[in-house]
Design a protein around this ligand. Structure first.
Ligand code: SF4
Length: 286
């Protein structure tokens, strides 16, 4: 294949600071003190999970499944009952909860203690949201649409967000909450707990998509933020290839092209991105 294919990277891509920190904390523990169990995958990326497994980090679904002396809570955080169970079992804890998620949990806990009914803009089944709900001690609801909430008699409402949600969409949700509940409302608190990292990746991908002929989005298919990143690129009309690894690249995808872009979700490790760039270079990149 001829040379001359320009490969451009998005301005922001790959591991966010929270995920990078979580992986580093687990790796440091493995090197220093040996095996541990993580409560769920430390990051939604099979490459990272398998590499950590080889070093002694086993994935457990619940605290009761943990056989190792140490357990790690992931960057998504966990509910108060999980901390209580870890303490009850006398396990050592490596808490990799992202500081931005911690801040959202703290807001949920404080607002519930101040007697607000806490509405979380997010997916109820998502581990981060389940954790946040737990910190409201039964005074919270999670939904993507206020229309799905039951009738609420609370005069004090608070609204927070799953951290990875789009900031504009969060404020749209707040407007919908006001529209539905304003006849009863006496006091409304809004704490913007969205994380800027995901939005920065979408914005950078859009900028890249505007001047390349094809874009490669690298990451696990089970990573919600990577799927959304691919969707964002696709919507611009640019040819978008959502790949998990370099091996998936079909040479026909870049045949005749002069400029392609590469971006990656917040859970995609550097090595996988480097392999994709190396493969594209082999296929004609500069
Ligand atoms: S996306 Fe934001 S909130 Fe989530 S782990 Fe990364 S830095 Fe933390």
């Amino acid at each position: 294949m001829g040379r001359g294919l320009k490969i451009e990277l998005a301005r922001v891509y790959g591991f966010c600071p929270g995920v990078r920190r979580a992986v580093r904390m687990v790796e440091e523990h493995l090197a220093r003190e040996g095996p541990l169990a993580t409560l769920g995958a430390i990051v939604h990326n099979s490459h990272v999970v398998e590499a950590l497994q080889e070093k002694g980090a086993r994935v457990a679904r619940t605290v009761s499944e943990v056989k190792e002396p140490t357990v790690a809570i992931t960057a998504h955080g966990a509910g108060q009952e999980v901390y209580a169970e870890i303490e009850k079992r006398g396990l050592k804890l490596v808490d990799t909860t992202c500081p931005i998620v911690k801040r959202a949990q703290e807001a949920a806990r404080r607002l519930a203690e101040e007697d607000y009914t806490v509405l979380i803009y997010g997916e109820e089944a998502h581990p981060e949201v389940r954790g946040m709900l737990s910190w409201t001690k039964g005074k919270g609801y999670a939904t993507l649409s206020p229309g799905e909430l039951p009738e609420l008699s609370a005069r004090k409402l608070a609204v927070i967000s799953q951290t990875t949600k789009d900031r504009e969409a969060f404020w749209g949700f707040v407007r919908d909450v006001i529209a539905r509940f304003h006849p009863l409302l006496g006091d409304l608190r809004v704490v913007d707990t969205t994380c800027p990292e995901t939005g920065r990746r979408y914005q950078a991908a859009l900028e890249l998509a505007a001047h390349v002929q094809a874009i490669f989005v690298v990451g696990s298919r089970n990573s919600a933020n990577t799927r959304k990143l691919a969707e964002t690129c696709r919507k611009t009309g640019v040819a978008t290839y959502f790949i998990e690894s370099a091996e998936e690249i079909d040479p026909a995808w870049v045949a005749g092209l002069s400029r392609v872009g590469v971006t990656a979700g917040a859970s995609t490790p550097d090595e996988v991105i480097d392999q994709v760039i190396a493969r594209l270079s082999e296929l004609g990149g500069d």
